[in-house]
Ligand binder design. Structure first.
Ligand SMILES: [Ca+2]
Length: 92
C-alpha cells in the first residue's frame, strides 16, 4: 500500500505510539537509537523544518523527504549528520 515500504519500516520503528506521525520526542529517540545526541528542543527545530502541514509532527511524507535528502545508501548515519546540519542551518 505504501509507495515507500523501506522508509515506512524505519518510520514505523520510530513511531512508538503508532499514531502515524513522528513527534519531536520520537525523533529524539530515533537519533539516540542510531548513537547520536539530540535535545528535545533541537528535535523540535528539525520537525518544524520538515513539517509540511504544520501540525508539529512529521508524517510519513515528511520523513521520506528527510530520508531522500540523505540518499538511500547511507540512510541513517547520514540522516543523523543531515539533522545536525538542519539544526544549525534552518531550512526555509
Ligand atoms: Ca508518533
Amino acid at each position: 500500500m505504501s509507495k515507500h515500504p523501506k522508509y515506512e519500516r524505519v518510520f514505523n520503528h520510530f513511531d512508538e505510539n503508532g499514531d502515524g506521525k513522528i513527534s519531536p520526542a520520537e525523533l529524539q529517540q530515533c537519533v539516540k537509537a542510531i548513537g547520536g545526541e539530540l535535545s528535545l528542543k533541537e528535535a523540535g527545530v528539525v520537525v518544524e523544518a520538515l513539517d509540511s502541514d504544520e501540525d508539529g509532527l512529521l508524517g510519513l511524507e515528511d520523513f521520506v523527504r528527510l530520508m531522500e535528502e540523505v540518499g538511500e545508501e547511507e540512510k541513517l548515519s547520514r540522516c543523523m549528520r543531515w539533522i545536525g546540519v538542519g539544526v544549525s542551518h534552518r531550512r526555509a
